[in-house]
Design a protein around this ligand. Sequence first.
Ligand code: TRP
Length: 345
Amino acid sequence: MQKEVILTGLRSNSEFHLGNYLGAILPMVELQKKHAGQYQMNMFVPDLHSFTTPIDHGSLYEQSLQNLKVFVAAGLDIDQPDTYIYRQSYIPAHSELTWILDCFAGFGEASRMTEFKDKSQTVGVDRVTVGLFNYPVLMAADILLYGAHYIPVGEDQRQHIELARDLAMRLNNRFGELFTVPHEWSKQLEFAGIERGVRIRSLRNPEKKMSKSVEDPAGTIMLSDNPEDAAQKVIGATTDSVGVINYDWEKQPGVTNLLEILALLKGVNHQEVAKEWQGKSSYGDLKKTVADEVSKFLGDLQSRLSAVDEQKLTQKLEADEAEMAKVADQTLLKVQKAVGLRPKS
Ligand code: TRP
């Protein structure tokens, strides 16, 4: 019997920071370890999605490859025979199915997507692109082409998963069984584990999440930071004036963020770390411990990154792209036949 498919997109348009690593990359690597052999895992680079917001097109191509290397350095096993990695733009069926799905998606339905509403408000209606509006439909195509059952993503992507389900069911009702309908959100959550969705905060503004931002270089640890400089950023982290360490995102977000980073880097439960530090009064000791851990982590990661076998990675990528293009083309052909673009038999 064919294995059920877990599918997820690995962003590619900018360099990764520690928040990406702990909140997205590591959970994905863990997912692979947990399910190796039982499920097929499709881990693809949504490079077409990456220019729904302004980016540096001059570095996109290299950045996609570089970010894949980070996944490998983080422990993604590319020898695992059920794991497929590919770039979205190398498989034209994604774009083509998007157009067909577009013609079955409602304008109102797409307008209600909160990510679109939020981003279009920030960017302004004159600068927001049709691409951003269409983004969730492209995401539905990404999912439906491969008959994915599980799509481990954060809460912010929930509406997009629901749209993919709605479109699948709509076309199935009208044209017969074309698509595998992905599992509903509650099952997705159960599968991915409740704990996920941890958001590492900025070291300087712990009310905000860590992000690659020009205004906040001191609050963000980039994976390419020199380990010494990164340690200094931790030492300079904003805390509070409570004077006692507690795991409390509401009242002590700065200290809690440090405890969280420590727990994730050590691979232990945050409760365990919280218990160890609970009630202690030296923020300095905590910062020093986290700073050491961060600099050790970066040193290790950077040396693993430079040891990644690029040639092997590229070979795997190209072989998987060829194989997944076949799968995607089969689904597309089924749809093309159903909607009258190809002869029925
Ligand atoms: N929208 C996802 C994000 O912002 C990336 C993505 C694109 C994706 N297509 C996907 C994730 C399909 C899962 C499945 O992170």
